[in-house]
Write a protein that binds this ligand. Sequence first.
Ligand SMILES: Cc1ncc(COP(=O)(O)O)c(C=O)c1O
Length: 450
Amino acid sequence: MSANLGDLRAQDRAHVWHPLFQHQVLDERDLLLVAKGQGATLTDGEGNTYLDAYAGLWNVNVGYGRKEIADAVALQIAKLSFYPHSQINEPATRLATRLAEILPGELKHLFFSNSGSEANETAFKIARQYSRQQHPGENRYKIIARYQGYHGFTYGAMSATGQVGRRSKFEPLVPGFLHVDPPYCYRCPLNRTYPECGVACVEEFEKIIVREGPETVAAVIVEPVIGGGGVIVPPPEYLPRLRQICDRYDVLLILDEVITGFGRTGKLFAAEHWGVAPDIATLAKGVTSGYLPLGACATTPEIFSAFLGEPGAGREFAQVSTYGGHPVCCAAALANIEIILRERLWENAARVGTYLLAKLQALDSPFVGDVRGLGLMIAVELVDDSGAVLDAERAAKVAAGIRQAGVIVGRMSHVMAGPESTFFVAPPLILTEAQADQIAAAFAAGLDAI
Ligand SMILES: Cc1ncc(COP(=O)(O)O)c(C=O)c1O
C-alpha cells in the first residue's frame, strides 16, 4: 500500500466514526478503502477489483460511473447550484412531473427530501395531519408497521422500524407506532404454513386496527418486499388484502419503496407486482442510484387537496428542509431515471434476477437454509444442521470467503436479537448472466470455507 493510503487509513481511524460498526475490530482487520467504481465493479486503494453484488447499499441501480449523470450534475451546478424549494426550480418540477407519470396508481403530488428516512418522516406527518383535517371528530395518529421492517434511522422512521438492534439503545421511541408480525414464511412467527395458513399474518393488521379503535389509526406502512429485515417477499394475496383492510377502516396505506422502487424487483415499482395502489409511496435510493442524496414522498390528489384552505387557516403542510428539492440532486435523478427507462433495467432485473435466484437455490450445501427473492433483491439464509441460524463464527468465514472470491455482498445486522446469518444480493440492475455466475461461484467458495 502506498504511504498515501496508509496515511488515509490512519486518519480515518483517528477521526471517522463508521455506521453500524464495532471500531475495535480494526485491531484485526481493515475496512475496504473504496477508490473507484465503474459499472458493477469497484476498485480498492490497492487496485484489487470486486463485483459489487450489493449495489452500494441496495441503491446503485444504474451502476457506477455513468457520464450522463455526471454531465447533468455539472451543468446544473453551473446554471443554478441551489435555491430553496420555497420557490420553483426547473429540475425539481420536471422530476415531480416525471415521477407522477411513472409511479403506480394516482400518486401525482411529490414532496422532496434528502433521504429515505426523511421521506418516511414526511409520510407520517402527512398521514397524521391529513387524518386530523379529514376526520375532525377523531384522533387518528397511530401508525402500524411490522417487526423486521426497516424505515430509517431518524426518530419517527426508527419508531416505525421493527428491528430490535436498531432501536433498543435509543428508547424511548416516538409514541403511536405499533407493530405486527411480518410474512416471513421460512420461519413463520405464527407457526403456520402457507397456503394452509390463509395468510393469517395479514389479518393481524385488521385485528390491531379493531383493538386499538380505527378512529385512532392514521396509517399502515410496509415495504412491499422487506429489505434489510431479510428480503421477505409476501405471498401473492398479502398486499391486495392489506389494501382492502386499510380501505375498510379508512386507514392510509404507505408503501415504502425506498429499496424496491426504480426496477429492483423486476417491475419499475414493486406495487405493480400485486396491482396495489398506495395512498402514499416513499422513495429514495434508486431515485438517483446514489449519485446524489434525494428522497421523495408521493401522494394522491385526494390527500393533497385535504391540505388546501384559506391562507391563515393553517391547513398547509408546515415542513421545510434546506435541501429538500435541491436542483442538483433533482437533475441527477432525472438523468438516472432516463437511463432506467431507456435501458428498461427492471426487465434485466427480472431476467437476470430469475437466473441468479435459480443458481443460488442450486447451491449444494447443507448450510443453505433458504434462498428467496424477487428480481435482483435476493437473500441467502444460512443454517446449522439443526435448522437454527448459523453461528456468527461460521457466518463470518463464509463472508470472508465470498470477499476473497472478489464479490461484495450484504449481510443482515442489528435486526434479530440472536445471531444473524442472512446474506443479501442486490447488485446493480445492469448485471449480466456471467456476473451472476460469478456471484454464485463466490457463494460456493464461501460455503466451502466451512
Ligand atoms: C426500506 C427502507 N426505507 C427507508 C430507508 C432509509 O433510507 P435512508 O438510509 O436513505 O435514510 C431504508 C434504508 O436502507 C430502507 O431500506
